[in-house]
Design a protein around this ligand. Structure first.
Ligand SMILES: *Cc1c(COP(=O)(O)O)cnc(C)c1O
Length: 359
């Protein structure tokens, strides 16, 4: 069967060359006579895999040496709790920007550990933009300041990263990590579930400024303390070995492609094809304000449920898969991560034009 164009928000499309390499190495990884899935995480072979993945990620993102890279489990959702458990420890207060369902969940978790100050929210407008931030509303005593850099469900993204001075900035980058260059030194901690733009589910990447770890109260379970994973180099217990291996192949693929500057250029061009079409379409439109539009997740609506259903069926028949929008937004959503080829988007737009003519 031919491969489809998979617009799923996550788990999501992976580069075909990565999947082929993994297939080639499936039964015998580099002459060790085993699959990576079968190798002990205490073996040299696996130590090499995880070390190389870290070196490549550091190179791609330009991660400064005073930051640690951790390969964890529990998804991005566990970070909603680990962040306050480890960092909401001095004044037990934190600032959050509320931009959608993922910030909502993070806020709910943080409230279990201290006081949450919501500095801005776009909830009243259904999260169709990133709210303007007024530094006068930031808490002086916040232990940290929390944002979701790309809102996977609503399709919004920050065009400027907030300046929070001495207050560590924490970012959920699950759906836009590696899509463009970022200045890691602006952040205290970055986390991302792998299944959007990095690799298979089961792996969560955490990039943490060294000095922020080691302050968790003694009541925090060992596995939920960043310090444990820093000291044990993400090998305190069995890590998600195969997901780390695939993530490593994806990092190599990004390097071959020319790094994050090049990814950004490609991603902007890809997203433009879709937004340009949407902005002139008579039946589909983007619900997101122009200055907040994501280049990774593009929701679009027709405003007519019957038409949406017909569109999704037609798209599926043409191998354009997983375009159904999140239930909270409705309509459609095209997730166009790094691994989505430009041809996938061109094929989608051609079908939208055809559909528009017929309806
Ligand atoms: C998908 C997603 C999550 C949840 O990730 P899990 O790994 O399923 O816990 C959190 N935040 C953002 C921005 C996401 O896109």
């Amino acid at each position: 069967m031919a491969r489809v164009y998979n617009f799923s928000a996550g788990p999501a499309v992976l580069p075909e060359t990565v999947l082929k390499k993994a297939a080639d190495e499936m039964l015998d990884y580099k002459g060790c006579g085993m699959s990576v899935m079968e190798v002990s995480h205490r073996e040299k072979v696996f130590e090499g895999i995880i070390a190389k993945a870290e070196v490549d990620l550091r190179e791609i993102m330009g991660i400064p040496s005073n930051y640690k890279v951790l390969f964890l489990q529990g998804g991005a959702s566990l970070q909603f709790a680990m962040v306050p458990m480890n960092l909401m420890v001095k004044n037990k207060k934190a600032d959050y920007v509320h931009t959608g369902m993922w910030s909502k969940k993070a806020i709910a978790e943080a409230k279990k550990f201290g006081t949450v100050n919501i500095v801005a929210s776009s909830e009243k407008d259904k999260f169709t933009y990133i709210p303007k931030l007024d530094p006068a509303t930031f808490s002086k005593e916040a232990d940290y300041f929390y944002i979701v850099t790309n809102n996977t469900i609503c399709g919004t993204t920050y065009k400027n990263i907030p300046e929070t001075g001495n207050i560590p900035l924490i970012a959920d980058m699950s759906s836009n990590i590696l899509s463009e260059p970022v200045d890691v030194s602006k952040f205290g901690l970055i986390f991302a579930g792998a299944q959007k733009n990095i690799g298979p589910a089961g792996l969560t990447i955490v990039i943490i400024r060294e000095d922020l770890a080691g302050k968790a109260p003694a009541t925090v379970p060992t596995l939920l303390d960043y310090k444990t994973h820093i000291e044990e180099k993400s090998l305190y217990n069995t890590p998600p070995c195969y997901s780390i291996y695939i993530a490593g192949l994806v990092f190599e693929w990004i390097k071959e492609k020319g790094g994050l500057k090049e990814m950004q250029k490609i991603n902007q061009e890809k997203a433009k094809i879709l937004y340009d079409y949407l902005d002139q379409s008579k039946i589909f439109k983007s619900p997101v304000q122009k200055e907040s539009r994501s280049i990774m997740n593009v929701p679009f609506v027709s405003g007519n449920e019957e038409l949406d259903k017909k569109f999704l069926e037609g798209a599926s028949q043409r191998g354009l898969k997983s375009l159904k929008g999140h239930r909270s937004v409705g309509g459609m959503r095209a997730s166009i991560y790094n691994a989505m080829p430009a041809d996938g988007i061109k094929t989608l737009v051609r079908f939208m034009e055809e559909f528009e003519k017929q309806n």
